[in-house]
Design a protein around this ligand. Structure first.
Ligand code: ATP
Length: 359
């Protein structure tokens, strides 16, 4: 097993003046494909570089398969890393670039050839193998870089830092599914850094969400979508993200303004009375011309016609919100009810909304 474990790992730059990562303890399990997702500046690259050894953390230990590698340079860690932009020997052919990491580690000649051709086939590079790398366009050069990161069989992990940034959107879809295929074949631990939720959700077995230098939630893509543990996860994952309304719990009932919207079910027992934030994804807002109890009256302020669905913008007590509906499911003054909603206090989820008895 080559689990990667971070024990109390934290980091700041400039002698402590620029904070990057809070101390964290975390294990990346052997063979799993992770996406490390978060907005710009949240510490993704710092975390990746600590794992690969490009940065020594200000505090804590990095363990690889139980062995302390904190003080070891990248070359001694047996971890491959792919960056945002191509890192290639421009004068070498594509074949030699792909073969380089293997020859460097004394792979037998036949295995070098076999592995290079396999990666080239999977990444659509076969017809370019004899070309000099500098003659390729930047997108293709980046695919070669990706191939160099994926070509070795014996690495403990492959770290990918926004590797598809320079690739056009159509090819991105293809490459993501190729990456999945390569991952299934090699069984490497993959950690894929991105700030793009689509990339994270389509690629990963497990998505780790980072915010302001701390991991706020991790889980399978569906879990993050259906059960956000933090308001930030609700906003950041989903398109558009989760709506949030000001609400209150009174004797177990959730009110938005004067409207009853459901029963409060605390994640850890009964929820004390007081203000809460009600989070509801656009997909779980039902909109109808007829009053319904429990529900909320709202005025429609605009409709975006997206082709296969509509985004209906509405104003209600507690705030503005968006509903994702089938085309035609809206008017001007509407009634909303929520199929699935969450309650948050201090941004952390504390409960869910349930139907009222008898409704
Ligand atoms: P992005 O998606 O923009 O690459 P990120 O999530 O990868 O961002 P990091 O690059 O790890 O975030 O940066 C985390 C914090 O550390 C930011 O505040 C950044 O400005 C700071 N930082 C990163 N590298 C350095 C450095 N070499 N010197 C000083 N501060 C740095």
């Amino acid at each position: 097993m080559a689990d990667i474990t971070l024990e109390g790992v934290g980091h700041s730059y400039d002698g402590g003046r620029t904070h990057a990562l809070n101390p964290m303890t975390w294990t990346w399990s052997d063979g799993r494909a992770y996406a490390l997702l978060g907005p710009s500046g949240c510490g993704k690259t710092t975390l990746l570089n600590i794992i690969s050894g490009l940065i020594t953390p200000s505090q804590g230990r990095v363990l690889l398969g139980g062995r302390d590698v904190t003080g070891l340079p990248p070359v001694a860690r047996n971890i491959a890393q792919v960056f945002q932009f191509p890192v290639l020997y421009e004068e070498m052919s594509v074949y030699d670039n792909l073969a380089f990491p293997l020859r460097n580690r004394k792979y037998p000649k036949a295995e070098v050839d076999e592995r290079v051709r396999k990666v080239a086939r999977l990444l659509g590079l076969e017809e370019h193998l004899r070309r000099r790398s500098r003659r390729l366009d930047p997108g293709r050069q980046q695919i070669v870089s990706l191939g160099r990161g994926l070509v070795r069989s014996e690495v403990a992990a492959v770290l990918l830092d926004e590797p598809l940034t320079v690739i056009g959107p159509a090819l991105k879809w293809t490459l993501r599914s190729k990456l999945k295929e390569i991952h299934r074949d090699t069984g490497h631990t993959l950690i894929y850094v991105t700030h793009d939720q689509t990339e994270a959700l389509t690629f990963a077995d497990e998505v780790v969400v980072l915010k302001d230098g701390a991991i706020v939630q991790s889980g399978e893509p569906a879990e993050l979508f259906l059960s956000p543990a933090h308001e930030f996860v609700g906003h950041f994952i989903g398109s558009p993200g989760m709506n949030v309304l000001d609400a209150a719990v009174e004797r177990g009932i959730v009110r938005v303004g004067s409207a009853l919207v459901g029963r409060a079910v605390g994640d850890d027992g009964a929820l004390p009375d007081g203000p809460v934030r009600l989070g509801v994804r656009p997909e779980f807002v039902r909109i109808s011309p007829f009053p319904r109890s429990p529900g909320l009256r709202a005025g429609v302020t605009g409709v975006d016609r997206m082709g296969s669905y509509h985004l209906v913008h509405a104003r209600a007590a507690g705030g503005d919100l968006v509903a994702k509906t089938d085309p035609g499911e809206h008017g001007t003054a509407e009634h909303l009810h929520f199929e699935r909603a969450y309650l948050f206090r201090d941004q952390i989820r504390c409960g869910t909304l349930a139907a009222l008895e008898g409704s």
